[in-house]
Design a protein around this ligand. Structure first.
Ligand code: VGL
Ligand code: ZN
Length: 236
């Protein structure tokens, strides 16, 4: 039989455990007026049956829908490529998806054709339910430049305008969720830090592609940049 003292000690440990995320103290986080949720690329092409389906990608949808109820400010993004976009393996002769090429702005991973402007594949998941979302930002629409990040294109200088929008709306903290952890989510989170936002990535609300060690590298880069890694259950 447990005595009262042991029961209390046990209850205390359980309560503490719920507040420990990845070994870091993290009291429950309550999004405020200065917080925005960024829902990255939850588009048909990245979901089951899509041309660049992310494994278990559909699992993020109910998690994001639930979490979004805690946010007054929500921005969604759409990867929005031209036909024949430079990131498509199909336009590089002799190249296959997931191989890389060197472009003027750096190394580019090549992908199956995906998220072509105006196609069903580029559409947001019909299962997303975030009616208060105030902005949908499209990216990757310059034919010769990719844009994983919702803030800055892969040339490292062309802005999407998102940082200025968020600053004009007095946003100080961003929470990033969606697809894919190791590309558009990570690049968005890294640029959010560069733009001076307190930045959280909600791990269970993301899924990764994981090609050539990209997922581990993304988490390492994000940790180094001061991105906070949390779970949706950490958000009140
Ligand atoms: C993405 C690869 C190519 C993403 C977009 O949304 O993470 N990944 N285009
Ligand atoms: Zn893309």
């Amino acid at each position: 039989m447990l005595n009262r003292r042991q029961v209390v000690a046990g209850a205390g440990a359980t309560a503490l455990a719920t507040f420990i995320s990845n070994g870091v103290w993290a009291a429950a986080i309550k999004p405020d007026e200065a917080s925005a949720l960024l829902v990255i690329d939850v588009q048909n092409c990245f979901l089951p049956g899509g041309s660049l389906a992310v494994k278990d990608g559909e699992q993020v949808v109910p998690i994001i829908n639930k979490m979004a109820k805690s946010f007054a400010n929500v921005v969604m993004t759409q990867d929005w490529h031209t036909p024949g976009h430079i990131s498509f393996a199909s336009v590089h002769s002799g190249k296959k998806p997931f191989e890389t090429v060197d472009l003027p702005y750096g190394k580019q991973v090549l992908w199956p054709d995906h998220c072509v402007q105006g196609t069903d594949g580029a559409g947001l998941s019909k299962d997303l339910s975030i009616p208060q979302a105030g902005l949908i930002i499209r990216k990757g629409f310059h034919k010769d430049v990719d844009s994983y990040s919702a803030f800055t294109e892969a040339d490292g200088k062309t802005s999407t305008g998102l940082a200025a929008y968020l600053k004009a709306r007095k946003i100080k903290r961003v929470f990033v969720a969606g697809l894919a952890t190791d590309f558009c989510v990570a690049w968005t989170a890294l640029d959010a830090r560069k733009a001076g936002f307190e930045t959280y990535v909600v791990e269970d609300a993301c899924r990764g592609i994981d090609t050539q060690g990209s997922l581990a590298k993304a988490w390492a880069d994000m940790a180094k940049a001061g991105v906070k890694r949390i779970q949706s259950g950490d958000i009140a």
